[in-house]
Write a protein that binds this ligand. Structure first.
Ligand code: PRP
Ligand code: URA
Length: 209
């Protein structure tokens, strides 16, 4: 599945503001939400539509609508939570699941501590996984593994900053998953942080360290 790199000027503008180390938690949260909304527009381009009848003030006509309640949105805790509001602004009827994962600082492998999922996941509708950072790809691959075991089929991964290495790890294990990103950065530092990246997304969102 090809990477969908969203190079829209508004996305690049907001991403640059997000990267700035002077951007504080309030503005950081607002930008993450706005970026998620803009990426949702791209990610939903091929959602199926159903024909419906609608009555305008003048006449009865046919229209087409998205079955939002068939869509599952799954933020990876914590940082994925920052993206949820932006996605739900465009898909207010979507059902929401949560996956709790943290990276073990020694092994850098993901450790799961929470999982709760809506029935829409196993019903096979589009499932959108949210995490601003796709670094080594370990967390994304673990989340996709888990969701597939729960019955998800049409999986899409939305992040803000990715690395080639992270994308390759997800593609290797799950070639069917569409990845949407605002940027692909050159690499990782010795602590597996994306460089230049935007730092620790969870800490910047929630003001922790
Ligand atoms: C961050 C980020 C991803 C993961 C990416 O979460 O939000 O989930 O690291 O790294 P990977 O691609 O190498 O797996 P973190 O483990 O820092 O947890 P947090 O969101 O609770 O801060
Ligand atoms: N998690 C983050 O929050 N930032 C990175 O650069 C890598 C993992």
């Amino acid at each position: 599945m090809p990477l969908h790199l969203v190079e829209h000027p508004l996305v690049q503008h907001k991403l640059t503001m997000l990267r700035d180390k002077e951007t504080g938690p309030k503005e950081f949260r607002e930008l993450v939400e706005e970026l998620a909304l803009l990426l949702t527009y791209e990610l939903t381009r091929d959602l199926p539509l159903v024909e419906v009848e609608v009555e305008t003030p003048l006449a009865r006509t046919k229209g087409r609508m998205v079955r939002g309640e068939r869509v599952s949105v799954i933020p990876i805790l914590r940082a994925g939570l920052g993206m949820l509001g932006g996605v739900l602004k465009l898909l207010p009827a979507a059902r929401v699941g949560h996956i709790g994962l943290y990276r073990d600082p020694e092994t850098l492998e993901p450790v799961q501590y929470y999982g709760k999922f809506p029935p829409s996941l196993a019903e096979g509708g589009p499932a959108i996984v949210l995490d601003p950072m796709l670094a080594t790809g370990g967390s994304a691959a673990a989340a996709v593994d888990l969701l597939r075991r729960r019955g998800a089929r049409d999986l899409r991964f939305m992040c803000l900053v990715a690395t080639r290495e992270g994308i390759e790890r997800v593609e290797k294990h799950h070639p069917e998953v569409a990845i949407y990103a605002a940027a692909v950065d050159p690499g990782l530092n010795e602590h597996a942080y994306i460089v230049p990246g935007l730092g620790d997304a969870g800490d910047r969102l929630f003001g922790t360290r």
